[in-house]
Each structure stands twice: as C-alpha cells, then as structure tokens.
Design a protein around this ligand. Sequence first.
Ligand code: ADP
Ligand code: MG
Ligand code: MG
Length: 252
Amino acid sequence: MLEINDLHASVEGKAILRGLSLSVPSGEVHAIMGPNGSGKSTLSQVLAGRDAYTVESGSVSWDGRDLLALSTEERAREGLFLAFQYPVEIPGVSNAYFLKAAVNAVRRHRGLPELDAMDFLKRVKAEMKAVGMREEFLYRAVNEGFSGGEKKRNEVLQMALLEPRLAILDETDSGLDIDALRVVADGVNRLRSPDRSMIVITHYQRLLEYIVPDRVHVLAGGRIVHSGGPELALELEERGYGWITDAQAGKP
Ligand code: ADP
Ligand code: MG
Ligand code: MG
C-alpha cells in the first residue's frame, strides 16, 4: 500500500508538485494521466528518490514505512521499480550480467538464496520468451543499440525478473508501435498480484485498453485533480483535460 499525502516537491527551486495526494492499495493498478508538464515524471522521480528533486513537505508511506527516509538504493532493494521513458544504455555491461546482479541483489535483501548461473539462465530465458526477446539480447550491452521497442521489452523483462512490490511505468508507451504496446501491457497484466501495486503513467488511452486500471487519476498543476474508474481514460481521450482543469479553476 502506497499512501502519498499533501506532497510538495521542487526542482531547481521551482515548485512542481503542489499538494499531491494519492493512495494505491496493494494488488491494484492505477493510471496517472495529465497534460504535459503537469508533474507526472517528477512524481515518479520523487518516489524513486532522485537527487535533483527536493521534497519540501508532505509524506509518502509505503507499507507503513516512511518511503522518503529511504535512500534510492534502499527503495530499489525494498522492491520499488521505475521504468523510464528513455531507458539508459550501459556500454560494456552485458544484459545477462546486469540482470543477474540485479536479481541476486534483490534476492539477498529478501533473504532468498542467490540464483546460480544455470537457474538464472532458466528463469531469464522463460521470461524472454514471454516478452518475445531473442536470446542474443542477453549477450549484448544493456540497451546499447536496442530499438525503442527492444528497450521496452528489455524493461518489461527487468521488471518481471525483479518482481517489484511497487512498479512505476512512466510513459512507457510513448513512441511505441502496437506490438510493443501489447508487450508492455501483457507484462503489466502478468505481474498483477495481490502484494504488488503498479502505477502506469501515460498520455494515451490506448495503453489502457490493454491494461484496464483499477483507478485513473488526472494530475494537473502538480496535484491529483480528478479520479475515476477505467472509463475516465476514455472520457479524457474524447474531451481532453480542459473540463477538469477549468472546473478546478472555478471557470464555468
Ligand atoms: P510531465 O511528466 O507531466 O510532462 P514533468 O514532471 O516532466 O511533467 O515536468 C513538470 C515541470 O517540471 C515542467 O515544467 C518541467 O519543465 C519541470 N522540470 C522537470 N524536471 C526538471 C529539471 N530537472 N530541471 C528543471 N525543470 C524541470
Ligand atoms: Mg513530459
Ligand atoms: Mg513525463
């Protein structure tokens, strides 16, 4: 369970999140939509604990713990996974090496035995099959020279292997073709589980046809200004955000 209460955060002295409150219960998938520049990526960066983002006030509790008191690394070890809009390339580090190190770091932290090379390969190959990745991608440098769709598949692969307790996908769908969109959606749907929460940040309703979220929230001006069921995504696609932001501003 993630509980964000009256969160204010700034970047380079500029206030971006301005009183954001949001609850995401365990087992649920919530979508966050909203105009460009409204603070969606800032929210994911703040939750992941990136240095450039300063929390001014408010609280974030995660399974009853103070998320903001944890370092970025601790959050990751505790099972927070953030999928970026633009995944990083890591030249010189093979995907297999990177994935195995990441999986075993999380397993150690959870008190589970590390996977040896054989067990790891078995797991990773099964997951790669599920996301439609060829085995050669294991031996290439992380994301280096991967196409947009291949990076997304790789990200879904990372997410599936790490078995996060809170996964945040930030505009994972931008620039994706239908096939890659389906991979992301199938990945999220496969990972739905009673002890996992997921936040899907998206501009487009299309992704939400495949991932039917439990709740849809509109982020505008640094706050959640409207929430609804999955049908809200369709309404936003048809009507845009003006009717909500105008109502917020007291316009008729
Ligand atoms: P969204 O993801 O909803 O499009 P962002 O969270 O990326 O919005 O951005 C919200 C606002 O914060 C924008 O005005 C953006 O220019 C600003 N911002 C975000 N990151 C930075 C940064 N590192 N430095 C300066 N301004 C930033
Ligand atoms: Mg943006
Ligand atoms: Mg963004």
